[in-house]
Design a protein around this ligand. Structure first.
Ligand SMILES: [Zn+2]
Length: 484
């Protein structure tokens, strides 16, 4: 991850082989990554956010390490759940989908996720879906019945391999029960529907695609028969990813469809999976009204992406406090004078500690994106730094530069610092002290309402004003940024 010199030692867990493998893309340093996007009929929740933030960290890491990453995400806008919800609301399904797609994009932006190169809607890939189904029929991997077209799971030998299910287990999970199917585990590629419903013409009649074929067709449209990383939450592994893999490998004859299958662990709330029936769904927007994106991202980074994570407001508050601790040491470090004198032993020790910290931080990420380990390395470095600052007024130039590079790296991969840890700017300092002087004047004239308005306006920009005996001071804070 050092500038110019890339040591490819990334290792990732591959769900298909159930092993940690060395990461080697299909072609050079180019990485094609796909992550299953949302079915847009409701607000996205903090379980979804966990998944999308995890892949955002991977994407940021890969780009930082010098890989040329193309990150594709689909938008499932053709789906029975959307159609049902639209009918309840009396709107067109694609209108409803557009509305929730817009909310999803807002959520991504608020979560500081900007890593996706392309979003692809299922409704805009119907021709590609139909072509793919035609190919599967021609090759004998699909069959037509009076209700639609189905994938013949028996014809695809490795079916069940990805999720590790034995043949007898596959039929237990009854997907789309339909008496015309040859066996319960066969899944729909095209469902015939009445013309009053959302649908398209096809060689088999009017209807709409099944969910799994939408994703496979989108991937193959942009990436061809193979990609490097296929991601999604662990609960999608069966039947969704099993089906995606079967469709792609059967149609193209090329294996593996995805070089690495990466899955994120489940998020629970009070030990339960979030569900409508339990009434414990927490939306992304609800959390971001109380905590900043940086705090939430820090909370997610404290668990390994494959581990289950238990969400609670207490756990989020604890993450927030830990992040606060990091930021206050980092800011103290950056506010100290820089000394250009020759390094003494203590200065050399600090420099060495920061340098080692940065490289251990990188090693932790290279170890299957071990963010909790990376964060503990960061804490360790900051504890050492805090001890140094207790007994030294200034910071050696070299150590300052090393520290800045370390914080910048942490932020560019994890996105856990707000603007406060961007390189400090003299102009910003001067503008802020000007504003604070005006505010002091207002306070001395007892015009508190106006003074408070200035303070809360600064607060919403992430700048925390503290009135101390020696006058007002400001510090940058990612915490609880008021949403606009
Ligand atoms: Zn998918």
């Amino acid at each position: 991850m050092e500038c110019g010199v890339r040591h490819i030692v990334l290792r990732v867990y591959n769900s298909l082989t159930r092993k940690i493998e060395e990461f080697a893309p299909l072609r050079g340093n180019r990485v094609k990554m796909y992550v299953c996007g949302p079915t847009v009929y409701d607000y996205a929740h903090i379980g979804h956010a966990r998944t999308y933030v995890s892949y955002d960290v991977m994407a940021r890491y890969l780009r930082n390490a010098g890989y040329s990453l193309f990150y594709l995400m689909n938008i499932t806008d053709v789906d029975d759940k959307i159609i049902q919800r639209a009918a309840e609301r009396g709107v067109h399904p694609l209108e409803l989908a557009k509305e929730f797609e817009r909310y999803f994009m807002e959520d991504l932006r608020d979560l500081r996720i900007e890593s996706v190169n392309l979003f692809a809607r299922a409704s805009e890939h119907i021709d590609e879906i139909i072509d793919l189904i035609k190919g599967l029929l021609e090759k004998g991997f699909a069959y037509e019945t009076s209700t639609g077209v189905y994938f013949d799971t028996e014809a695809f030998g490795p079916y069940g391999e990805l999720s590790g299910r034995e043949p007898e287990e596959l039929s237990v999970h009854r997907i789309e029960p339909d008496p015309t199917k040859r066996r319960p585990q066969d899944f729909a590629l095209w469902k015939l529907r009445p013309e009053t419903e959302l649908g398209w013409d096809s060689p088999w009649g009017y209807g709409r695609p099944g969910w799994h074929i939408e994703d496979t067709a989108i991937i193959m449209t942009y990436f061809g028969p193979q990609l490097d990383v296929h991601g999604g939450a662990i609960e999608l592994i069966f039947p969704h990813h099993e089906a995606e893999r079967a469709q792609a490998e059967a149609a193209s004859g090329v294996a593996p469809f995805s070089r690495y299958w990466i899955h994120t662990g489940l998020l629970t709330v009070e030990g339960e999976k979030m569900s409508k029936s339990l009434g414990n769904i927490i939306s992304i927007r609800e959390v971001l009204r109380r905590y900043s994106a940086e705090e939430l991202r820090y909370f997610y980074a404290s668990s390994h992406y494959r581990s289950p994570v238990e969400f609670s407001w207490e756990n989020l508050e604890a993450a927030s406090r830990a992040l606060d601790g990091i930021e206050s040491v980092a800011q103290e470090f950056r506010s100290r004078d820089v000394s250009s004198e020759e390094l003494d032993d203590r200065g050399r020790g600090l420099l060495e500690h920061l340098r080692t910290g940065k490289s251990r931080f990188i090693s932790a990420l290279e170890d299957d994106f071990n963010t909790p380990l990376a964060l503990s390395v960061l804490h360790d470095s900051l504890r050492f730094t805090a001890r140094y600052l207790e007994t030294n007024d200034s910071v050696p130039e070299e150590a300052r530069a090393e520290g800045e590079a370390f914080f910048a790296l942490v932020n560019s991969v994890l996105g856990v610092f707000s603007g406060g840890l961007e390189p400090s700017s003299q102009l910003l300092d001067e503008v802020l002290s000007l504003i604070l002087n005006v505010r002091e004047r207002l306070r001395s004239e007892k015009r508190y309402e106006l003074a408070d308005a200035i303070r809360s306006a600064l607060d919403s920009l992430g700048i925390r004003v503290e009135d101390t005996a020696g006058g007002a001071r400001w510090r940058s804070a990612s915490r609880r940024v008021v949403r606009r």
